[in-house]
Design a protein around this ligand. Structure first.
Ligand code: ADP
Ligand code: MG
Ligand code: MG
Length: 254
């Protein structure tokens, strides 16, 4: 089983008055088959964690390690991370002019599997995955992210997740801006992927509401650049009732 290990991760960004430390020693282990929810107030550093694992150039790792089965993820190119089995939803936030969803997905699958999926079976796979997400078939011919609504972007993320079947998936705020129906469809997609037992998911969110539809194996409270508390699904219920106040005394970020 593949294991993502984050050890004592410290990350800085270049701010106007010099480098500013955002992550202050994050420790986390995610195994294939497990669903982890990271929850925390806005500004606590959750996206910074996601971008750092994705290899975004704006974030400087000042110390600590991120490994996938012992391999140093931080030394991998973005493509190598994908081929190693990591899916980082924020990796492709931009519009890709002239590239359809269908071609984009096939190119991604080719990069990850090492060979192009057979066209005929691939078309069926895409169609079936889109049906499960109740997506209009015409969506496959749209250009990636061009004019996508918030909900379409999130569904596209889950479509990628279902088709690319990564070992470890990191979904940042995949629930924000969704109406109830879209939220449920997205959650069902995450649950289907979890049901395969082959994907470890790190679900990063500010809101507790998606956890009405997804029961994580582990919940971590993120505050001030590190994990402040870890527990099971019951921790999400506590957060829903009590909010983050207990974790944010003296400010959100540091
Ligand atoms: P979250 O996702 O939990 O809301 P972020 O990781 O987006 O938190 O941000 C954490 C903190 O780091 C915030 O105070 C934010 O303003 C700051 N930050 C993030 N990225 C940058 C950046 N590129 N430059 C300056 N500050 C940043
Ligand atoms: Mg935020
Ligand atoms: Mg964020």
């Amino acid at each position: 089983m593949a294991t993502l290990e984050i050890r004592d991760l410290h990350v800085s960004v270049e701010a106007e008055n010099g480098p500013r430390e955002i992550l202050k020693g994050v420790d986390l282990t995610v195994k294939q088959g497990e669903t982890h929810a990271i929850m925390g107030p806005n500004g606590s550093g959750k996206s910074t964690l996601a971008y750092s694992i994705a290899g975004h150039p704006k974030y400087t790792i000042t110390s600590g390690t991120v490994t996938l089965d012992g391999e140093n993820v931080l030394e991998m190119t973005v493509d190598e991370r994908a081929r190693a089995g990591m899916f980082l939803a924020m990796q492709y936030p931009v519009e890709v002019p002239g590239v359809s969803v269908s071609n984009f997905l096939r190119t991604s699958a080719t990069a990850i599997r090492g060979e192009a999926p057979k066209l005929r079976t691939w078309v069926k796979e895409v169609k079936s995955a889109m049906e499960k997400l109740q997506m209009d078939p015409a969506f496959a011919e749209r250009n990636v992210n061009e004019g996508f609504s918030g909900g379409e972007k999130k569904r596209h993320e889950i479509l990628q997740l279902e088709l690319l079947k990564p070992k470890i998936a990191i979904l940042d705020e995949t629930d924000s801006g969704l109406d109830v129906d879209a939220l449920r469809q997205v959650a069902e997609g995450v649950n289907r992927v979890h049901g395969t037992g082959e994907v470890g998911t790190l679900l990063i969110t500010h809101y507790t509401r998606i956890l009405r539809y997804i029961k994580p194996d582990f919940v971590h409270v993120f505050a001030k650049g590190r994990i402040a508390e870890s527990g099971g699904a019951e921790l999400a219920d506590k957060l829903e009732a009590e909010g983050y106040e207990a974790y944010t005394k003296g400010g959100v970020s540091a």
